[in-house]
Design a protein around this ligand. Structure first.
Ligand SMILES: Nc1ncnc2c1ncn2[C@@H]1O[C@H](COP(=O)(O)OP(=O)(O)OP(=O)(O)O)[C@@H](O)[C@H]1O
Ligand SMILES: [Mg+2]
Ligand SMILES: [Zn+2]
Length: 157
């Protein structure tokens, strides 16, 4: 076990650490996971130095073990995220996130004329054409979106 001073976040006894989140995306991760940032036991570290990524964000969730499958959708904005399950201060499991074939209801379509951007109650739906680099196609209007479109269309509030 590492000594606490080596950890970029305060150690947790049991729970989940989501590491290697692309810098500044921790709040988007919470939104995708539908975790309120004021929830007890949720801690964020943003713009932490990383040898692999330059800088990164970390989300720590005390008292809850999230299965990789539950968090797959965060690959949309944090493709290199690692999921560390902590029991009694030790990492007992490490997983990666994988984008699903379809992304529903997380981001808006960049086409202002898309049916999902009208008053019709149509939820957004994108087909994942490629993971890296990210390429999505709107199921309704066929608009193609890349990572920067996704980042722009992600509505945090
Ligand atoms: N008990 C704990 N409480 C909180 N965070 C922890 C705990 N144990 C490990 N971590 C954090 O979990 C992440 C992964 O830890 P690990 O020791 O596996 O790092 P690593 O060796 O750099 O692994 P990786 O190759 O995944 O980067 C780090 O961000 C570390 O700070
Ligand atoms: Mg590391
Ligand atoms: Zn569309």
């Amino acid at each position: 076990m590492k000594t606490p001073k080596e950890l970029k976040v305060k150690p947790i006894k049991n729970g989940t650490v989501i590491d290697h989140i692309s810098a500044n995306n921790a709040l988007k991760v919470l939104k995708i996971l539908e975790l309120p940032s004021q929830e007890t036991g949720v801690t964020l570290a943003m713009n932490v130095e990383s040898s692999q990524m330059g800088s990164k964000d970390i989300v720590k969730i005390e008292g809850r073990e999230l299965a990789s499958r539950e968090v797959d959708e965060i690959a949309l904005i944090a493709p290199h995220a690692t999921i560390n399950i902590i029991r009694n201060y030790e990492i007992v499991e490490k997983g990666k996130v994988n984008l699903l074939d379809e992304i529903k209801n997380i981001i808006c379509c960049s086409n202002p004329n898309c049916i999902t951007n009208t008053d019709e109650p149509v939820k957004t739906r994108f087909i994942v054409l490629n993971n890296e680099p990210l390429i999505l196609r709107c199921y309704y209007c066929e608009r193609m979106m890349d990572q920067s479109d996704v980042d722009t269309q992600f509505q945090l509030f």
